[in-house]
Ligand binder design. Structure first.
Ligand code: NAP
Ligand code: ZN
Ligand code: ZN
Length: 350
């Protein structure tokens, strides 16, 4: 076993604290990665606080991992010591079910092995995430990272990037597409950049007036403040695609009403309460309501290559790990521009 250091939540709602644990020795197909940067996704907070149920403690969160390879198993072919390497939300899957064969391991029939808050395929070894100094992962679940971009700003692509890239591609966003982005947070800001790079006309729907300038700087053409009543009527029947990245409960009706005939709303956020919508909103213009879950390994690599070619990175605030609890509070308060990333070198400071 390899000794590892990280930060863990010991129980729901407890603060994250320093935690020593062990990673498995690398097998023939495994890569050992020194973690240099780890992004803080809102899903880390949902899980560390057990908002989705079934949380496993102690929990080391983190599924936006960027680092470099420090050892490889004897049969590893795609990575060498010194290479940049990334890990996203998954570290394994059954590899044989139809979804795995299609390269959409996130929908594995047996359930993928999540990077943390999950168990390895042996059915008993807990997985621990990226708020730590190293990780051991099968090379099939390790991503190549673009070398031309700042690594700290690449880390969030491993979840926020792929989660927004995948639905934009699935709904064929192209020159002139009308795309709405709901919620300007970590996912939302990547959705703006990616949709814009694909040629879309982008409108941001936000509850935060202070974010209007940022939305435009990030590439949005329009900004709709959803705190004011009556905004829905101004944008009705216009959008091809609405990407909803809001983490809290909210009324979907005006966003569905903003879709044109056959338009689609894609839910990415995971609010607490079940949805309630009137079917007439869908029927009246044959609108689609769907959702999306990260993306498969193949598409994640495609997204990383695309970002490398187009110079797309996340806007981040780099923090020492000792500030992780404060970063959680600030994310919950909407005070993040637009992703916190932990500088893992600070782990040795205690
Ligand atoms: P985030 O950075 O905290 O952003 C969430 C945004 O939601 C906020 O910036 C805010 O935008 C908006 N918001 C927050 N509270 C709101 C409220 N009460 N009413 C309306 N809007 C509110 O979170 P994130 O990391 O982007 O994650 C967003 C959601 O996606 C989370 O639920 C997360 O678990 C989920 N997620 C899903 C996937 C997937 O595969 N489907 C992957 C990653 C994350 P404004 O200030 O602009 O209103
Ligand atoms: Zn995430
Ligand atoms: Zn499978």
């Amino acid at each position: 076993m390899i000794k590892a250091q990280g930060y863990a939540a010991r129980a729901a709602k407890s603060r994250l604290e320093p935690f020593s644990f062990e990673r498995r020795d690398p097998g023939a197909r495994d890569v050992v990665i020194e973690i240099l940067y780890a992004g803080i996704c809102h899903s880390d907070i949902h899980q560390a606080r057990d908002e989705w149920g079934g949380a496993r403690f102690p929990m080391v969160p983190g599924h936006e991992i960027a680092g470099k390879v420090i050892a490889t198993g004897s049969e590893v072919t795609r990575f060498a010591v010194g290479d940049l390497a990334g890990v996203g939300c998954m570290v394994d899957s059954c590899r044989v079910c139809p979804s795995c064969r299609e390269g959409e391991e996130q929908f594995c029939d047996s359930g993928p092995v999540w990077t943390y808050n999950s168990v390895e395929r042996d059915g008993k070894t807990p997985t621990y995430g990226g708020y730590s100094n190293l990780i051991v992962v099968s090379e099939d679940f390790v991503l190549r990272l673009p070398g031309n971009l700042p690594l700290s700003q690449v880390a969030p692509l491993l979840c926020a990037g792929i989660t927004t890239y995948s639905p934009l591609r699935r709904f064929h966003v192209r020159e002139g597409s009308e795309v709405g982005v709901v919620g300007l947070g970590g996912l939302g800001h990547m959705a703006i950049k990616l949709a814009r790079a694909m040629g879309a006309r982008v409108t941001v729907f936000s509850t935060s007036p202070a974010k209007e300038e940022d939305a435009k700087r990030l590439g949005a053409h329009d900004f709709v403040l959803t705190k004011k009543d009556g905004w829905g009527a101004k944008v009705a029947n216009r959008f091809d695609l609405m990407v909803d990245a809001v983490s809290a409960d909210h009324d979907l009706a005006p966003y569905l009403g903003a879709l044109r005939k056959d338009g689609a709303a894609v839910l990415l956020g995971v609010p607490e309460k079940p949805l309630s919508i009137h079917s007439f909103l869908l029927i009246s213009r044959r609108r689609n309501l769907t959702a999306s879950l990260i993306g498969g390994i193949r598409e994640t690599q495609e997204m990383l290559d695309y970002c490398g070619q187009n110079g797309i990175v996340s806007d981040i605030e780099l923090i020492p790990i000792q500030k992780v609890n404060e970063a959680y509070e600030r994310t919950l308060a909407g005070d993040v521009r637009y992703r916190f990333v932990i500088d893992m070198a600070t782990l040795k400071n205690g």
